[in-house]
Design a protein around this ligand. Sequence first.
Ligand SMILES: C[S@@+](CC[C@H](N)C(=O)[O-])C[C@H]1O[C@@H](n2cnc3c(N)ncnc32)[C@H](O)[C@@H]1O
Length: 489
Amino acid sequence: MLLSPTGVEALRTALTRAGYTSNGIAARLGPQATGGGARNDFRAALRATEERDPLGTLIRVFICEQTEPEAAVAAALAPLSIEEALTGGLVERHGDGLRMGLDLEPYGDDWWVLADVPASARPGRPLHAEHVLGIGGATQTLIGATVRRPVDTALDLGTGSGVQALHLATHARSVTATDVSERALRFAATTAALNGQRWELLRGDLVAPVAGRRFDLVVSNPPFVVGPGTTTHVYRDSGRVGDAIGAELAAAAPDLLTEDGTMQYLANWVHVAGEAWDERVAGWFAGTGLDAWVIQREVADPMAYVNLWLTDVGEAADPRRTADWLDWFDAHKVEAIGFGIVSLRRAGHDDPVVRVEDLRQRVEAPLGDRIAAWFDRQDWLRARDTDGLLAARYRAADGLQLRQEATMGAEGWAVDRQAIAMPHGLRWTEEIDPLVLALVGGADGRLPLRDQLALLAAAHDVAPAELAEAAAPIVAHLVERGFIEPVAG
Ligand SMILES: C[S@@+](CC[C@H](N)C(=O)[O-])C[C@H]1O[C@@H](n2cnc3c(N)ncnc32)[C@H](O)[C@@H]1O
């Protein structure tokens, strides 16, 4: 750990006593200063904490990034001694006072997460090669996407600060967390102890430390950044060439998951000229026997991508690093880099469902519930053959919208395009033909699909059996995306 066990307990006492929690800070600062802080504008927060009472001092040091008098910091951290806070790196000397040495982030209702200070807060100071990442966008994406159902065993691969493990402990009976970095494991151990949690912490490369073991839920926000395979910062670079880490995690999943177990991880994948990116990513799951749903949430061009990740480590101004990285992308015909969430389930079927989809639209949180529901719908579909699908009754999703484009012609409006759209959840939009539109429009839960199709066949003068055969895969697709829902009973 970064601090001794008694030191962690003392820090916990100090933070609790001062009310240094997300809610305590928001209550102390009020909405304006809290809003300003979220935009890195700390002027109002500094005004509200001039008294330098313990909570005010903690806010000034760890949120507003100020250097404060040693006596005030010592009083705020007591009973943790200032010597231990300095040795553990929690604070550091700066000018004639002390400033934060580590990011001590109040998180959730009453948690704290320990991480390194980001590059942006220490311009000019090179990031530690084993820099421990704080709670950023990618971290939060995985937190939001994780299926939060009760499980026995959960694993966090590449735990870093331990933030994913903190969440896992809310719905798993036991939590194991790994990291290749000893330094990161010290941070994770401190985060666990500070929050009164116990996790099994193991050091090693990816799944090596848990070889031969299985888990009900595995999550990973790995070092997914795509490049030539060189490692300068372990939080970002896996040492694997290109997007190989995404494929490696997929290949490891079957031996890592219990029956019905779920694995979710973040990944980057390259879009190569002349190659379909989705087929490339789907190839990761060939032969795994796992149901897979890959959601692409962002796509960046190489220049923006390199710029983003060099800025992240404070090296944006290095023209050589930029050129080397871009040359590698050029040599490998990489046109763009996708970012997204991989969700896998070991369902034990010979014919797993593999979907790789672009979902860059804004979606309703929490995504984890949507992902869980998607796998539930796959189970429902898998349990039915065509006869079963035809025998079921369906209801159109609540609030389903029809969007239509039409052009005025000599004979009035001519419809060019009709699409159904979900105004909530994953906000899918899908172009459909008039017959399917009629089917969805008539899905009120009363008639079995077979009878609904017979009526449509009569109205459109087509053979009922032919229509049923053509409709079955379309209905399955509409159910998969939740446009229509099976009615129980
Ligand atoms: C992007 S950070 C994620 C940290 C944290 N889990 C989160 O979600 O914010 C990736 C973590 O994986 C660790 N890591 C890097 N390479 C690894 C490897 N080969 N095996 C295991 N962990 C690795 C890094 O040390 C780092 O802590």
